[in-house]
Design a protein around this ligand. Structure first.
Ligand code: COA
Length: 157
């Protein structure tokens, strides 16, 4: 299947926002989800999404097939490493439509994100993923990402 990329248009944003909120919710560890009001949290996520979409250093690419059928999207932007003081490319979200998963489209999205970041002169590309999101971790591992830091959490009884 041919994967064609284009910049996200304003009219794409409601759909992308819906998928981002849905997958974001699934990425919150179960013990934390139980403490959240989903409606309130969704409003918070929509705000995060809108702020991201407005940033000058961020971009949303939409992937389609040759007939303009929606396949997925990714958000890419600039990150700053407080340890090294260096900027890098950062993948904020990546999504493949459920019916097209497992066909290599995720890998194609990662390749496009890498090309975009390389063209902008970033020496590195980073992302964050929930330790429970195995499909995403497999995609990242297969495309050469390595675990560099770990956030650790503990419930206080
Ligand atoms: C994560 C996601 C983008 C992967 O997209 P995809 O198009 O299915 O990935 P690919 O087909 O390119 O697969 C890449 C590799 O990961 C592996 N993989 C992907 N999903 C897998 C799954 N559910 N189970 C096992 N392996 C999986 C594939 O086997 C493949 O490796 P291979 O080429 O050696 O076989 C997709 O599952 C998705 O959109 N999930 C919901 C959104 C999400 O969680 N995004 C990540 C936020 S951090």
């Amino acid at each position: 299947m041919q994967v064609v990329f284009r910049d996200a248009k304003k009219t794409d944003l409601p759909l992308i926002q819906r998928f981002t909120v849905e997958t974001g919710w699934k990425d919150i560890p179960e013990n934390q989800r139980g403490r959240l009001d989903r409606e309130k949290w969704s409003r918070h996520m929509v705000k995060v999404f809108e702020d991201f979409a407005k940033r000058k250093d961020s971009k949303i690419f939409v992937a389609e097939d040759e007939k303009h059928v929606f396949l997925g999207y990714f958000f890419v932007g600039e990150g700053f490493d407080t340890m090294t003081g260096m900027t890098h490319g950062f993948i904020y979200d990546i999504f493949v439509a459920a019916e097209y998963r497992g066909k290599g489209i995720g890998k194609t999205l990662i390749e496009k994100a890498e090309t975009y970041c390389r063209e902008r002169g970033y020496p590195r590309i980073l992302l964050m993923v929930s330790a429970e999101n195995q499909p995403a971790i497999r995609l990242y591992t297969k495309t050469g990402f390595k675990t560099e830091h770990m956030y650790m959490g503990k419930e206080l009884g």
